[in-house]
Design a binder for this molecule. Structure first.
Ligand SMILES: [Zn+2]
Length: 349
């Protein structure tokens, strides 16, 4: 088998098995070890031998439109949906290491988008999220580490909103678009070409969008643009790479956001983690149908609602009160036998 078809086959197989990411890790002997992440756990899925490694790297970079001759700088690109059977875009990031280029592939999501009930969120949390999404303005944030299900939660709720409220123009700005959703105008940014979140947000506002979804707040300009939109009659939904809900306020002020504006604009922060569920059928002992006693994942979350009481507390420098607490939800899952302490220690930092 040619090196090109070998790497394409291995990546497609990992995607078919439910992997969210594949990393091609250069080894001391010049070969590439492919490691896939599924349900938050990493495991090796194959190896590209030394005589084929360079061609395989060049092939993936070419598919993503990245020049092969640049090997000593980080590069980011996207492989278009449809390439080697992928249902959506694959984000490719190259990192030069002392052993060679390390390629990280973020795979598109397979399968149908779950309905909000199928997300297995706490019922009270889901009700609050639905209510917040029906507001006309304000900023909603979902926080958590990479792979904690933030985007799936947002997309599931938006798909429901789009289906029932066709009068609201929803524009999502994503990097890349991992899943196409009926009823939403989805925009893929291309920061390398100067079309970043800020530019896309400005363009969407000119088109009279009601609901704006910005993939991630990761810099000062995006934070400021989101806040301005949220304060001028738009509902803005975004994600933030931070730990717990109460930290989001500090993280945004660290990004230079005005505290008073933030207290007015922010309406809700959901901090989400996914923990693996014990497999019921085998009682967590491990069987052929599961992965060491676990099958699937369930979310645990903090929910912070910026009501008058919490706005007053924040203005007075007090920590806000949570409407749902991640630690309490996690303890209840262990008490109910849904997951284990060891899994919590692994997945909830
Ligand atoms: Zn089992």
């Amino acid at each position: 088998m040619s090196p090109i078809s070998l790497i394409e086959r291995l990546v497609a197989q990992a995607a078919g098995a439910g992997a969210s990411d594949v990393v091609a890790e250069p080894q001391d002997d010049g070969s590439l070890l492919l490691v896939a992440r599924r349900d938050g756990l990493r495991s090796p899925v194959g190896r590209i031998p030394v005589d084929a490694a360079a061609q395989a790297v060049a092939r993936l970079k070419a598919l993503a439109g990245l020049p092969a001759y640049i090997t000593d700088e980080p590069q980011d690109g996207a492989i278009a949906g449809g390439t080697f059977g992928m249902p959506g875009d694959v984000r490719l990031a190259c990192l030069p290491t002392v052993r060679g280029q390390r390629l990280a592939l973020r795979l598109p999501v397979l399968g149908a988008l779950p309905k909000p009930e199928a997300l297995r969120l706490d019922a009270g949390v889901l009700a609050q999220l639905r209510q917040a999404l029906r507001r006309r303005d304000g900023l909603l944030l979902v926080t958590g580490p990479t792979g904690s299900g933030k985007t799936t939660t947002i997309h599931s709720l938006l798909a429901e909103l789009a289906a029932e409220r066709t009068d609201r123009q929803v524009v999502t700005i994503e990097d890349p678009v991992e899943r196409r959703i009926p009823g939403l105008a989805q925009v893929a940014v291309s920061p390398a070409r100067g079309f970043g979140y800020g530019e896309a947000l400005a363009a969407a506002l000119r088109q009279d969008a009601d609901v704006l979804v910005v993939g991630e707040v990761r810099d000062r300009a995006t934070a400021a643009a989101c806040l301005t939109a949220a304060l001028t009659g738009h509902l803005v939904i975004s994600t933030l790479h931070c730990g717990r809900a109460a930290e989001a306020v500090r993280r945004l002020t660290d990004l230079g956001v005005d505290r008073d504006h933030l207290r007015s604009a922010l309406s809700l922060v959901l901090a989400q983690r996914l923990v693996r569920r014990r497999h019921d059928a085998c009682g967590g002992a491990g069987c052929a149908a599961c992965d060491g006693g676990f099958l699937g994942r369930v979310p645990v979350c903090d929910l912070l609602l910026l009501d008058d009481a919490n706005r007053t507390r924040l203005a007075g420098g007090l920590p806000p009160l949570l409407a749902a607490d991640l630690d309490e939800q996690a303890a209840a899952l262990v008490a109910g036998g849904v997951t284990t302490d060891a899994e919590l220690a692994r997945s909830v930092a």
